[in-house]
Write a protein that binds this ligand. Sequence first.
Ligand code: UDP
Length: 193
Amino acid sequence: MRTTEVMDYHFINSDIHSFVQDLNDRLANRIKTFIITANPEIIMYAGQDSQYREIIHEADYIAPDGAGVVIASRILGTPLMERITGFDLMQELLKSAEEKSYSVYFLGAEPEIIKQAVSKIQKDFPRLNIAGYHHGYIHDDKPIVNEIRQKQPDIVFVGLGFPKQEQWIHQHLKDFNHGLFMGVGGSYDVIAG
Ligand code: UDP
């Protein structure tokens, strides 16, 4: 996958469909994958938090989420092809997961919100294999990590807001044998409506 360095980060420089194709190849080969969709807020925050910056550098992919990142890339003379938002990427991954029968786990948001969001997703993608879901107000990670380990979903969407979601994925990635992990911010709130 082609990447271009902008402001010290190697961003995906591709259209969303080629990116999803690449992710599908990784899913087919059960390669563990950590994606960060980095918007300007995330980049700004990382400038002040070196641990978070390290987490971003350790991700397998950094997608340019936010027009600001794409505009900055042009000004800096290292243009990125297009903006890839976390929300769009999630929708494209759900679409291909339904087609290819990849199972999906949803983590994050308030209890009532995640329930509504999953029910909406099930309606939008009727053949989607939903491995499970859990709200994001977690006091003890262990039961959730165990549930995900047991269910072995192919894709895990983590909506705890940044920086929490990336910290959570980074902390627990070693606990899982496979899976594509991605932070989705407030997407469940948007889906639930
Ligand atoms: N959230 C969560 N657990 C937390 C904090 C936040 O599940 O401990 C959820 C929150 O309910 C919302 C999402 O994370 O669905 C995004 O939260 P926020 O608006 O704070 O972050 P942003 O959208 O700015 O990344």
